[in-house]
Every structure is written in C-alpha cells, then in structure tokens.
Design a protein around this ligand. Structure first.
Ligand code: P6P
Length: 331
C-alpha cells in the first residue's frame, strides 16, 4: 500500500535537510502553502467573480496592466509571510521596490505572485513562483538591496505553484525536486511526484515563434534544428507553447522539453525576470538534472544588478540546452 504523505509531514520529515533545521523554514513554507490555497480558491472562481476579473486599473513596474487577481495574489502571499516573522524582506513582481518586513527575520523571498496573469480571462493555467535566500545583512537590522541581489546559486529554496487542471506545489531545498497535488475537498497537498527529474532526451520545444525573426542567428538555427526531419534524433520535435511560463516549464519538466525566451531586437535583455522567474526555475531545473542558461552562462551565476532585471532564458534537459548553446557559440 502506497504511503500517503502530506506537504506538512514532508516538510517536517525533511526539516533536518535544511540549514539549521530550526523550524523557521517549515514556517516559511507553510505560509506559502496557506497563501496558495487562498489564491487557488479565487483562481478557480475567476470566471465567476466579476469583482476579480478584469484590470485592477493600475500598472506594475513592467508597465503591464495589473489584473485584480495579480493584486489579490500578491496581497495574500505578503500577508501570509508577514504573519510568520521569519522573513526580513519581500521582492515581488507587483511591487516596484522591495518590502522590508521583520528585521529579525533570517530569510528574504523574491516572488512572482501570479505569473501568466494575461491568461486569467481565457482560463489557461497560471502560476506563482518563489525564490528564498538567507539574508546577507545582520539580523536585527532592516533588510537592504544586497540581500535581494544575490546570485541564483545562493538560493536555499525555490518553487512554484501551478493553478491548472489540478493545483500543484513543486519545490526544492537542494535535495531533489518534489511535487505535491492539492485536494481542495480537504484542503491538503499530497506528495504525488517525489524526486522529479527531466527525461534524458527531450522531444519538445516551447517558444513564441512569432518572435523568431527578431532573434539571433544561433537561436534561429536552433529552432530550425528542432524542426529538421531526422528520425534518429526523434526530430522534428513537438512544438508546445502555452504562454504561461509555469505551465510550459511544468509540462517540459514532466515530458522533457526546452523552454526558450531569447533576447529579441525589441527586447535585447529578453522578457523574463532573473530574480523571481529565471533563478527559481533554474534551481529546480538543476535539481531535476537539467540546466538553465542565458545562452552563454549558467543563469544562477549571473550577478543581479536590479530587482526587476530581465535576462534571455533557456531552460530544460541539459542535452537540449547544451545543443542550443552550441548554435549560439557558432554565431
Ligand atoms: P509572450 C507571462 O506574462 C510571461 O511572463 C510568461 O509567463 C510567459 O511565458 C511569457 O510571458 C509569454 O510571453 O511574449 O510569448 O506573450
């Protein structure tokens, strides 16, 4: 008989894997768990809740129209995290500046509270992405910018929630990637995908190909490579692009595929944000045997210079990302 493990039990069981194992991390993760359940409830009713649908009227620093569910999700995660006192600061896609919280907190969190929100009104899966670091500045003082501008290789935990046909929370603390599926009937996440790994040889690529003529020669050649007929290497690959990063990443993690958001002539730094989209998914990808790159170097080795910094982004099975980098090197 399969053992049934809840997220709460798993966190406690694995607590010893976590630095210090003082229970603070468990408290932090349970805050994320709580907020995700509240957001999930609203996401599932988004089609009905007129007061949620549609624009919140404001715009975030990206100049993107804020959907009310964006703002709602941001508020719920901030409220849950503030309540646990382990966090000294929060950086969010929805806030221009970082938010100092509890000077005695040991961790900072960078998050995209609701990624892919442009898909809310068309009922496509969306997600939350989070990245956690130990603070650099001394406990007892107010958090500072350098606490947030750490390389992705310094992350102590990262994860995402995907609000899809089912809601899942997937996270790593550096000891493998584990996926939990939510049972809304009893309000519990159950371990459903222990020790997730990319399949070795992926056969799928995810890119907004409408942009391909604005990309570098190396990227164009790689996309042509994906389309080339060669049964020995199982090409042409399957093209799958949802336009919701968490959904595309999650499918590629399970089925084996590479996600590409390259630099374009319109967006020379790419579109995706380093701190709360690229780094957390890179940590998960690496723990799942994959790789994340800006085309030239490991994403998690990039020294961040600003909270909302964008980078070109390629993530997936190591063999696929290596192949892409080879085309870029030959440019
Ligand atoms: P495009 C959503 O806004 C997002 O940040 C990611 O979730 C998604 O992968 C990407 O942008 C889609 O961008 O330019 O293809 O619409």
């Amino acid at each position: 008989m399969e053992k049934v493990v809840t997220l709460g039990e798993f966190i406690i069981e694995k607590q010893s894997d976590f630095h210090g194992s003082t229970g603070e991390f468990s408290s932090l993760l349970s805050a994320i768990r709580l907020a995700s359940k509240i957001v999930n409830q609203q996401v599932n009713k988004a089609g009905l809740m007129q007061h949620i649908l549609g624009s919140a009227g404001g715009q975030n620093i990206q100049g993107e129209e804020q959907q009310k569910l964006d703002v709602f999700a941001n508020d719920q995660f901030i409220k849950a995290l503030i309540g646990r006192k382990v966090i000294c600061g929060i950086a969010s896609e929805e806030n221009d500046e970082y938010i100092p919280i509890n000077n005695d907190g040991r961790y900072i969190i960078a998050m995209d509270p609701l990624d892919g929100s442009s898909n809310i009104d068309v009922n496509v899966s969306i997600g939350t992405i989070f990245s956690i670091y130990n603070r650099i500045t001394p406990v007892g003082h107010q958090v500072r910018a350098e606490d947030f501008l750490q390389k992705g290789s310094k992350q102590v935990a990262a994860g995402y929630v995907i609000y899809g046909s089912s809601t899942m929370l997937v996270y790593t603390t550096g000891n493998g990637v584990h996926g939990f599926t939510y049972d809304p009937g009893i309000g519990v996440y159950f371990l459903s995908h222990p020790d997730m790994k990319f399949p070795d040889a992926g056969k799928m690529y995810s890119m907004n190909e409408g942009n391909v003529n604005k990309c570098s020669a190396g990227v164009k050649q790689y996309v042509d490579y994906c389309k080339h007929i060669d049964s020995a290497t199982k090409r042409p690959y399957t093209a799958r692009y949802i336009g919701s990063l968490v959904a595309d990443f999650h499918r590629n993690l399970i089925k084996g595929g590479i996600y590409l958001y390259p630099a374009t002539t319109d967006a020379p730094q790419g579109k995706l944000r380093l701190l709360y989209e690229c780094n957390p998914l890179a940590f998960i990808a690496e723990q799942a045997g994959g790789k994340a790159s800006d085309g030239h170097r490991n994403i998690m080795e990039i020294e961040p210079t600003s909270l909302h910094q964008r980078v070109p982004y390629f993530v997936g099975p190591k063999s696929m990302v290596d192949k892409l980098e080879d085309f870029i090197k030959q440019e």
